[in-house]
Design a protein around this ligand. Sequence first.
Ligand SMILES: *Cc1c(COP(=O)(O)O)cnc(C)c1O
Length: 393
Amino acid sequence: MNVHTPDARGAFAVPTSMRYNAVENYIRNTTFDRPTLVLDTDIVAQHYQQLKAGLGNANIHYAVKANPTREIIETLVAQGSHFDAASRGEIELCLSLGAQPSDISFGNTVKRASDIAFAYHAGITLFAADAEEELEKLAEHAPKSEVYIRLIVDASEADWPLSRKFGCARDKALSLLGYARDLGLKPVGFSFHVGSQTRRSAMWTVTLDQIAQVWTDAHAAGFELDLLNIGGGFPAFYGEEIEGPTAYAAGVMKLVHARFGNVPRIMAEPGRGLVAEAGMIAAEVLLVSKKSNNDTHRWVYLDIGKFSGLAETMDEAIRYQFVTDRDHEDTGACILAGPSCDSADVLYELRPVQLPLGLKSGDKIMIRNCGAYTSSYSSVGFNGFPPLAVEVI
Ligand SMILES: *Cc1c(COP(=O)(O)O)cnc(C)c1O
């Protein structure tokens, strides 16, 4: 029943839209007793190849946090992907599923010293940093390793910007390269993240201009950098138009080459763009109600909310698409909320969603393109609601 039968014949030739139907059909024909993310790893493999086709000789380091499901990591290992890990746990996961230490970067700029030591002894030699103290930790626990300096991005056009928490400003970048060298590390380049869900490749222009300026300054100061890590930001389809993976990646690489020339090593770290479209969530309507007799909006409560997988609805940043068996019926505006007893657990209220007027308790509701940042963002059981279940077809 729940058996995965890879179809080598047509697996990668089938258009993504048709492959969705495999997940959708499975959900339609299955009864779930809790919210469940259903994943199709063939789509992950397909997206890997599509991104790779646009990225050329840039290496893909999958950002494991987007979805650490075992079968996804295994699929990407088989595709030849590299990995970007943020913790000892993610490193152990990748190693246990066959990734080589040389293919794993430790990209978190805020690392526990014992995790650095673990990574170093496991054979990992590429680390990120954006501060003196982090470089000191690396020099002590991962001596002579390669390090790239993460730069701050302050002109993001992303739907889910990563803000000022990570990276350092231009004035600091060169002093950190020098400090890394003084500490016996090998400063090899820079990284940045344009912001998650950056919908069009042209939106990278301003950020790349800024990074290229620092790159040029570093070379002028005598640093022989050979690595540029362009991070993630590759978008998924949530209803607003985006470029396809290959065109998008090629568009970004064109902007990169125009500014940086031939960089020996380029890394890209897609998370969302690799896995979001590989999964759909099967959920259920628990209650439809009105707060007063003349309330213009219905409240629709689902069995999944902010704490059980839909954290990216925070500030209504990511707007998921919903599918029901009543989609042929007339629709009306709804405020959509999760099941928990926390008033923050409202998914969409500022911009209500249109759902069928006949929707009622017990109806199945499917949420499209949920393969990224859902299962990994689900709490262990707030209010006694189970974490998001994951099934791979
Ligand atoms: C989260 C993260 C990514 C992945 O970002 P997406 O927008 O999902 O592609 C890449 N690199 C780093 C360092 C990250 O923290």
